[in-house]
Design a binder for this molecule. Structure first.
Ligand code: SAH
Ligand code: MG
Length: 213
């Protein structure tokens, strides 16, 4: 049933340009966990609706989601953070190939350090996408919250991690601690007084948090 639903939804995604298909192929081959097709489709629609001018991403991988977010709002400026040196290089190359290096800046390093720097520099964003180490979501949020303008959107990916977040007893041992952390993050943000948060069971679980104006 669920598989059928997924196929049905995928068959209703709009046609993808060649560069998107190619990046998806590369990601699949190299086992890079890019955002799921249905989840990103929804996030891109949010970007089209809200037209954020400054977007911050935590977890660039090969630049796939950053490039797609830019396509959803070509007027945006995107800053994205990646700590893996090889992926940072790949992302930079992909972005250059598509001539988007003016709009997308990839910062190399641990997001925890870079977010601190951006906060110290009093940077402000109107859209923040968190898609990196799932055990660190709470820590990423502490900085992201300071960087996000009122009225802005915070999107967090993988908040239902393979279904284990709702069924922690089914989680293999190696995931137990991460699942516990995601559960406490979800609890924290859905009850946070400054945010209005919804968790959508699409992709690997997409969380939408609106920062009250
Ligand atoms: N947003 C991308 C996928 C990101 S995958 C897309 O949908 O196309 C998650 C990435 O986060 C990985 O490449 C991983 O190296 C990176 N990452 C994990 N922990 C990080 C950290 N603390 N700081 C910066 N990047 C991190
Ligand atoms: Mg993800």
């Amino acid at each position: 049933m669920e598989e059928q639903m997924k196929l049905y939804l995928e068959s209703h995604l709009s046609a993808k340009d060649e560069w998107i298909i190619q990046l998806e192929e590369t990601a699949k081959q190299d086992r890079v966990p890019i955002m799921d097709s249905i989840g990103i489709d929804y996030m891109l629609n949010l970007i089209k609706i809200h037209q954020p001018k400054r977007i911050l991403e935590v977890g660039t991988a090969i630049g796939y989601s950053a490039l797609r977010m830019l396509e959803a709002n070509p007027a945006a400026e995107i800053i994205t953070i990646e700590k893996d040196e090889e992926r940072y290089q790949q992302a930079t190359e992909n972005i250059k190939k598509l001539h988007k290096e003016e709009q997308i800046t990839v910062l190399s390093g641990d997001a925890l350090d870079i977010l601190d720097k951006l906060t110290a520099e009093k940077e402000v964003f109107d859209f923040i996408f968190i898609d990196a180490a799932k055990g660190k979501y709470q820590a990423f949020f502490e900085s992201a919250d300071q960087l996000l303008a009122n009225g802005g959107l915070l999107i967090t990916d993988n908040v239902l991690f393979r279904g284990y977040v709702a069924n922690p007893e089914l989680a293999p041992k190696r995931y137990k601690s991460m699942v516990k952390k995601i559960r406490s993050y979800n609890e924290f943000l859905t009850t946070h007084p400054a945010y209005i948060t919804s968790i959508l069971p699409i992709g690997d679980g997409v969380m939408i948090s609106y920062k009250k104006d």
